[in-house]
Design a protein around this ligand. Structure first.
Ligand code: KIV
Ligand code: ZN
Length: 529
């Protein structure tokens, strides 16, 4: 029995950060980063994690398979176009999941059918019948989406949905793919579908709204009021173009207005802030300061009147308590005398279990930081863990650097980098600034011609001794990689982030090359008699 069958007002949260969110330009997460996010989503208590689009690339397949094998709690979904090859890839990637779901879709709008698919409505009906039946051969839990539904003829959409339900779909998702609908129109579309397809009330109705007109959350709420009991959304509102409905807004909207709206979710709201920070860090997508719920100003009061009111009674100007989204996480504090056990316990409190060599590495980095910074808080530890422990197979690592910086001559950097074969190489460069010099010196040492695409520096917490957190996105032969680095010294943090990003790009480039070689070899076997 699903939670919404047990409680008719329980809204399921379907998180698509790792699928629709990952389609945002410039995001390139590797498998271990996706796994880390999926594990955090499980802590956040989402009902479904859409882990990726297995047919899209070998990397996507591997990520969905790894998440399916290792993440406990939520249903793990994989996306598939309504074609046999896509569905087979999703079925195989999800094979080891405790609760697998195939999410398959086909467009129903005439504009997509004619211009994108170059097909007919008849074709769509046939594809839906065959595709959903094929997916049912792999899993019981099949979700079907008529893409671009809100610009489709509702009668035709109803026909397609009817077929999907007849073939065994258990969730019907109605996407506002291009973010065009208004709340009234969206609700009316869903209400009409219920009239045309009475069996729709036997399955879970889901909403998937894009934010092109800034209406994704409002449309999702309208959908829930019209009967939907699953909302598809993404952390920090990530997703194609203007993004998807933001998970934190939906969850806190239903929680804060529960008394009036009557709905709620199973989300552990105190994990929201941390999930948002993790996703922002790993994707390199900054959260705007005034973003609802998770923006850094969402609970800040600037004007004197507001400050005065809040000091007298928080409810004068606050409709939510900051602690309800986990913004009190700086309570946990370690210092330079804290030992290995204290670090392990502190990480465990953050839901991060580390033992053995990984704990040794974490402890070494913690000591380096604690020597320079009086107090190491939960937020510092989070940043440190993102920086240090996510490493799967380190390709390169930064050993040391020397930078000569002056306002009277161009800065010069020399770096030493550990190479994949265990050896060490040094490189030097005279650059435009000290960080530019370090980045080019790393290129020289590794002999990789990486091009910097994005570079960001943030302070993890306030205060003069705050940790600097840097984020780098670069490209190697057209393959992008991102990396983060943390240190009290921003040049060191930048160098660490650059070497990580370069390692990620090199690793991704070799996976892409292997896949191309395998495809070429398979093709040559077909053509060679
Ligand atoms: O926006 C959309 O239509 C989608 C589908 C694949 C559900 O993301
Ligand atoms: Zn979408």
């Amino acid at each position: 029995m699903t939670p919404s069958e047990q409680d008719p007002n329980r809204v399921l949260i379907f998180d698509t950060t790792l699928r629709d969110g990952e389609q945002s330009p410039g995001i390139s997460l590797n498998t271990s980063e996706k796994l880390e996010i999926a594990q955090q989503l499980a802590r956040l208590g989402v009902d479904v994690v859409e882990a990726g689009f297995p047919i899209a690339s070998p990397g996507d397949f591997e990520a969905v398979q790894t998440i399916a094998r290792q993440v406990e709690g939520p249903v793990i979904a994989g996306l598939a176009r309504i074609h046999v090859g896509d569905i087979d890839a999703a079925g195989k990637a999800l094979k080891d999941a405790a609760r697998p779901r195939i999410h398959t879709f086909v467009s129903t709008s005439d504009i997509h059918i004619e211009h994108q698919m170059r097909a007919t409505r008849e074709d769509v009906l046939g594809l839906t019948r065959a595709g959903v039946a094929h997916a049912k051969g792999y899993v019981d839990d099949v979700e079907f989406s008529p893409m671009d539904a809100t610009r489709s003829d509702v009668e035709f959409t109803a026909q397609v949905v009817q077929i999907a339900i007849d073939e065994g779909a258990t969730t019907i998702n109605i996407p506002d793919t291009v973010g065009y609908a208004t709340p009234d129109e969206y609700a009316a579309f869903l209400t009409r579908l219920y009239e045309l397809v009475p069996r729709l009330s036997e399955v879970v109705l889901s909403v998937h709204c894009h934010d092109d007109l800034g209406l994704a959350v409002a449309n999702s709420l309208a959908g829930v009021k019209a009967g939907a009991r699953q909302v598809e959304c993404a952390i920090n509102g990530l997703g194609e173009r203007a993004g998807n409905a933001s998970l934190e807004e939906i969850v806190m909207l239903l929680r804060t207005r529960k008394a009036d709206l009557g709905f709620d979710t199973g989300a552990v709201t105190t994990e929201i802030a941390r999930t948002s920070r993790l996703v922002s860090r790993l994707t390199g997508y900054v959260v705007q300061p005034n973003k609802a719920i998770i923006g850094r100003n969402a609970f800040a009061h600037e004007s004197g009147i507001h400050q005065d009111g809040v000091l007298k009674n928080r409810e004068t100007f606050e409709i939510m308590d900051a602690t309800s989204i986990g913004l009190d996480s700086n309570a946990l504090v370690l210092g330079k005398h804290s030992g290995r056990h204290a670090l392990r316990d502190a990480l465990a409190q953050l839901g991060i279990v580390v033992e053995g060599q990984v704990l040794n590495t974490a402890f070494k980095r913690f000591k380096e930081i604690a020597d320079k910074k009086k107090q190491v808080t939960a937020m510092d530890l989070e940043a440190l863990v993102t920086d240090e422990l996510r490493e799967d197979l380190p390709v390169y690592s930064l050993e040391w650097f020397d930078v000569e910086a002056s306002s009277r001559r161009p800065p010069h950097a020399t770096v030493s980098v550990k190479l994949p074969d265990g050896g060490e190489a040094t490189g030097s460069f005279t650059g435009d600034g000290p960080i530019d010099a370090v980045f080019h010196a790393i290129n020289a040492a590794t002999r990789v011609d990486a091009r910097l695409r994005e570079f960001r520096v943030d302070a993890v917490t306030g205060g003069q001794d705050a940790l600097g957190e840097t984020s780098v996105v670069l490209e190697v032969d057209g393959v992008s990689g991102s990396g983060q680095g943390v240190s009290t010294d921003i040049i060191e943090a930048a160098g660490r982030a650059y070497v990580r990003a370069l390692s990620n790009a090199v690793r991704r480039r070799s996976v892409a090359t292997e896949a191309e070689e395998a495809t070429a070899e398979a093709a040559s076997r077909i053509t060679t008699p």
